[in-house]
Design a binder for this molecule. Structure first.
Ligand code: UDP
Ligand code: MG
Length: 310
């Protein structure tokens, strides 16, 4: 096969010291037939991850490193990487060997036929716990119900992007980076390669429950303003109920004076109902205002400490 293209591999790493060596071994074997560069984005690791990568980069100029000043998160690490890689196509994968590098040649084959996005689709997810699988399923149902962009299920950040799509991603000025949504939003032709998700090789997951919640909220608020509309409908509904309550109370006072003191339950329920709806809608509005605020502040999504071989 004529290899006149450059393949970029992009790997975000956060405290993955035990995974670098075995990952590189499998990865380099899988892509040895392609002209390649392997770029790690160290997302503020506290262990020896960066040191190990630097050692590797000394002996192999195709191995590159971007180090962040601190932890800015997985999506920001990918964002930074997309801006600095040079490949004609870019494959992103996790460092913990949950994404098998052996399927990369299949992705490249599809790419060479002109497909711009090739997603790696998880066919089996037994290795992820029941809770993670169910919450993920619910999340995709929910976000696709709310959003006009169809965000594919069972797709992570293991994918191949043509450089055209990478350029498109790099042009998007938004601060909040729900990348799998942004990629889908572009509407480039996409295909799938299936794989079985493996167990994390070493270390433990960096996605805590609160990080998963933040990720989900980011995804929803970046891709839909329907929750704001929902707030309006809730407001209308409660106003209607409130109005009926007023009619009831006023009529009751004049027509059935003897019943009047028994209204305590209705008042209590009304207050609780209104209070709940008000908090909910103010919360929804606040979430979007927070997004606007962050965007207006214009702070960078990440800060780079050093670059090696770049
Ligand atoms: N990661 C990162 N920054 C973070 C958390 C994770 O760069 O703040 C990287 C991590 O090193 C791994 C990938 O993102 O390569 C996926 O993370 P993890 O395996 O913890 O997530 P899970 O597979 O459990 O969803
Ligand atoms: Mg993982």
């Amino acid at each position: 096969m004529a290899q006149d293209f450059l393949l970029s591999i992009l790997i975000p790493v956060f405290n993955e010291e035990k995974n670098i060596e075995p990952l590189l071994k499998r990865l380099l074997a899988a892509i040895k037939n392609f002209r390649h560069e392997v770029t790690f984005v160290d997302d503020g690791s506290k262990d020896t991850t960066a040191k190990i990568i630097k050692e590797k980069a000394k002996g192999n100029k195709n191995i590159k490193l971007i180090s962040f000043l601190r932890n800015f998160g997985h999506q920001q690490a990918l964002t930074a990487g997309y801006q600095l890689v040079n490949g004609d196509c870019v494959v992103t994968l996790d460092a913990d060997l949950q994404d098998p590098p052996e399927i990369i040649p299949q992705m490249i084959e599809k790419w060479q036929r002109g497909v711009k996005i090739i997603y790696a689709k998880r066919v089996k997810r037994e290795v992820d716990g029941f809770f993670k699988r169910q919450t993920a399923k619910f999340f995709y149902k929910f976000i696709n119900f709310l959003s006009d962009t169809l965000i594919p299920e069972d797709i992570g950040d293991f994918r191949l992007l043509d450089k055209e799509v990478v350029a498109f991603i790099n042009r998007l000025p938004e601060r909040s980076r729900f990348l799998r949504g942004l990629v889908a939003w572009g509407g480039f032709p996409a295909e799938y390669v299936e794989f079985t998700r493996e167990k994390r090789f070493a270390g433990k997951t960096n996605y805590t429950f609160s990080k998963m919640m933040n990720f989900a909220m980011d995804g929803i608020t970046s891709f839909s303003i329907k929750p704001l509309r929902l707030a309006i409908y809730l407001g209308f509904t409660s106003a209607l109920v409130g109005f009926l309550g007023i009619v009831y109370a006023v009529l009751g006072k004049f027509l059935l004076p003897s019943h009047w003191v028994t209204g305590w339950t209705a008042i209590f329920v009304g207050i609780m109902f209104m209070g709940g709806i008000q908090l909910l809608t103010v919360g929804i509005i606040g979430e979007y205002i927070g997004k606007v605020y962050q965007q207006v502040q214009g702070r960078p999504g990440f800060l780079i400490k050093e670059k090696v071989n770049l």
